[in-house]
Design a binder for this molecule. Structure first.
Ligand SMILES: Cc1ncc(COP(=O)(O)O)c(C=O)c1O
Length: 423
């Protein structure tokens, strides 16, 4: 049986079948963009992937940094083997909030004390959405949209059933996303909570976070933003925009690795008002008092439930350091150049393929959705050739462009392979 937890027994690398017939005009344009790219050097810091031609899925699972190998090994020998349980007192206990503060500063526009790393996105969505509806008693409606990621919709369905609340669905344009006008029409004095994704997981549309947040507040409701596809690719200013609550994952543009823990932001002004429902000992005011009744910790620690996933917090530290050094504005600039280039190549060379993402750069995240009836087959064949985009039903090929690990030549070669496979 293949052991997917070590490198000893993995299937051999993907065949590096370079697309031989890449037209010289396209190759030269991509090469010129790579030469002019001030962030190009960062790409060499990622661990090599054998046989890979183009990784177009950094928005699903970011590539590991080479530095992470050393970090994991030295963690085993150092804090774990050498210090053992003493390490809890020597830093591990504070890891969820210490790392949360770093993430908040580097990627979220959040002052310290409002971000925590814990659980999974799904679990944090549940904890915070439940806490939010309980903080608005008497209001019976949760507003959400039909195009959001399944876990967001499913969690809300569970909470609505549990609390006897009504779910009011916005049905946005699937190739764009939820607009401020649609939110204004859906919220009212009956609304407790609005949950939306900042960047839509299919179309890549960036919702107007400041405007929508204001509309939700004007109705007296709380807003919860899912930042899975924004954190580390689109600059955020949660404090300045008055966001109440946000949740996101760290294995996409924050390169935390498979199953790395999620993060939650809870605005300082709400921390005394909101109570999350999964009352565990690690979020209690004194975990080692072992007392009879739960009393929540003050501040952001109250969002923790059980033992913090310390190992899962290691790889994202390397990526956060890189993003910090490059700066979110430069990351965003490269992201826009990559997605713009991908759209140009699709328009010019992929006959019969439709771009199903916003063409307006202001409204576009770091991935581009392409649409064609043959894409299910094409994506499977592309993976076998070392070109790795994502398939999203019914017929979408999603090109995820992680700014620090993706080159323009990679995009050109990847999309040219897609053209070959379509032909
Ligand atoms: C918008 C969005 N929310 C949530 C998730 C996943 O949640 P979890 O990390 O709990 O699997 C994803 C995963 O791709 C996502 O795209």
């Amino acid at each position: 049986m293949t052991d997917f937890f070590s490198s000893a027994d993995l299937p051999s690398g993907l065949p590096a079948d370079l697309p031989a017939d890449l037209p010289s005009g396209l190759r030269e344009r991509a090469a010129a963009l790579d030469v002019a790219d001030p962030l190009a050097g960062y790409r060499d810091l990622f661990a090599p992937s054998e046989g890979l031609i183009a990784y177009l899925d950094g928005n699903s699972l970011g590539r590991p940094l080479a530095a992470t190998r050393e970090r994991l090994a030295s963690f085993v020998d150092g804090p774990w083997a050498a210090r053992l349980i003493r390490s809890w007192d020597e830093g591990w206990m504070d890891a969820p909030t210490e790392l949360g503060d770093t993430l908040g500063r580097v990627a979220l526009g959040a002052a310290p004390g409002q971000t925590v790393v814990a659980d999974s996105t799904t679990v944090l969505l549940y904890k915070l959405a439940r806490a939010a509806v309980d903080a608005r008693p008497g209001r019976r409606v949760i507003v959400a949209d039909t195009e959001n990621f399944p876990t967001d919709r499913f969690v809300l369905q569970g909470i609505a059933a549990e609390r006897g609340l009504e779910l009011r669905w916005i049905t946005p344009d699937a190739e764009a996303g939820v607009t401020p006008e649609e939110v204004a029409a859906a919220v009212g004095r009956d609304t407790a909570l609005v949950l939306l994704s900042h960047v839509a997981y299919k179309s890549g549309y960036i919702a107007d976070l400041p405007a929508i947040t204001r509309i939700v507040h004007d109705a007296g409701a709380l807003i919860l933003w899912d930042l899975c596809h924004s954190a580390g690719s689109v600059p955020l200013d949660l404090d300045a925009d008055g966001v109440d609550i946000a949740v996101g994952c760290t294995y996409k543009y924050l390169n935390g690795g498979p199953g790395s823990p999620a993060f939650a932001y809870l605005a300082a002004g709400l921390q005394d008002e909101v109570r999350q429902p999964v009352q565990g000992w690690m979020g209690a005011v004194d975990p080692f008092a072992m007392g009879p009744d739960y009393e929540p910790a003050t501040g952001i620690r109250q969002l923790i439930s059980g033992t913090p996933p310390v190992i899962g917090m290691l790889p994202m530290r390397d990526m956060l350091a890189l993003i910090d050094e490059a700066g979110m504005p430069a990351v965003r600039e490269k992201s826009l150049a990559l997605t713009g280039f991908a759209i140009d190549v699709a328009d010019e060379y992929l006959a019969g393929v439709r771009v199903a993402s916003p063409r307006d750069p202001e409204r576009r995240g770091s991935h581009v959705m392409l649409d064609h009836p043959d894409f299910k087959r094409v994506v499977a064949e592309a993976w076998a050739r070392g070109v790795v985009p994502d398939f999203r039903p019914p017929q979408g090929l999603r090109v995820g462009l992680s700014p620090l690990s993706t080159s323009f030549t990679e995009v050109a070669e990847g999309l040219w392979t897609i053209r070959d496979l379509l032909a």
